[in-house]
Design a protein around this ligand. Structure first.
Ligand SMILES: Cc1cc2nc3c(=O)[nH]c(=O)nc-3n(C[C@H](O)[C@H](O)[C@H](O)COP(=O)(O)O)c2cc1C
Length: 204
């Protein structure tokens, strides 16, 4: 965001060498005194990007305050390539509100998917006008177990379980007795221990 010319060169270089469409993700700007997402989006389009995603905060803001979706709207008004809106989508309602307000073509979800990968299905149903049934406790736990298993097979039990702790805590948020289980999760070191904790929650 600080070097628009370089940004253009990087994107056109990628587009030239890539066999697949190149998409670009940007922020609103570096800080509030240098908001330049519209300028960068136009450069990206000119450089051959196939779509652009805008996280509607500056780099300096990190996650506070809440995302300012008007930046996404401004980019949407300025380019012809598809625009993906990003920032503060935690449920289907948020996605619909963002799409209505900014006219963006699709949305990207970050933190809202942590422990809740079901959010994509929820949003999809909502956009298609279909009724949505949220996962019950058993499905949530089943998906959490699949997630941990994949982490362990990818990274080994020691690292996988360590990383799984935060994910499991997110998955079980809102489940009765989750507070007690969360403490055990933080001491679990094996896949079996994690599974026992999760199965215990499902059987309550
Ligand atoms: C676990 C996690 C990993 C992320 N990794 C990246 C990344 O590699 N590159 C990136 O541009 N943004 C990354 N982000 C930022 C998100 O893509 C997104 O822009 C930001 O979280 C705002 O969206 P949200 O409000 O839906 O969380 C990450 C976010 C999270 C939560």
């Amino acid at each position: 965001m600080k070097s628009p010319d370089l940004c253009g060169k990087i994107i056109s270089g990628c587009v030239e060498k890539s066999a697949v469409p190149v998409t670009v993700k940007i922020r609103a700007g570096w800080d509030k005194s240098s908001v330049n997402c519209v300028e960068i989006a136009k450069i990206a389009e000119e450089a051959g990007a196939s779509a652009i995603c805008v996280h509607a905060r500056t780099r300096e803001q990190l996650y506070e305050p809440s995302a300012n979706w008007s930046y996404i709207k401004a980019v949407k008004d300025a380019v012809k390539i598809p625009v993906v809106g990003n920032g503060d989508i935690f449920c289907a309602e948020d996605a619909v509100n963002m799409m209505e307000y900014t006219c963006c073509d699709s949305v990207m979800v970050g933190r809202g998917a942590l422990g809740n990968p079901f959010i994509f299905d929820e949003i999809k149903h909502r956009l298609q006008g279909k009724p949505y049934t949220p996962p019950d406790i058993f499905e949530r736990i089943q998906v959490a177990k699949e997630h941990i298993s994949m982490l362990v097979s990818e990274k080994g039990e020691k690292v996988g379980i360590c990383e799984a702790r935060k994910h499991v805590s997110w998955y079980i948020k809102g489940i009765p007795s989750a507070a007690i289980a969360r403490r055990s999760v933080n001491f679990a070191t094996t896949l079996d221990e994690m599974f026992d904790i999760l199965d215990g929650l499902a059987s309550e």
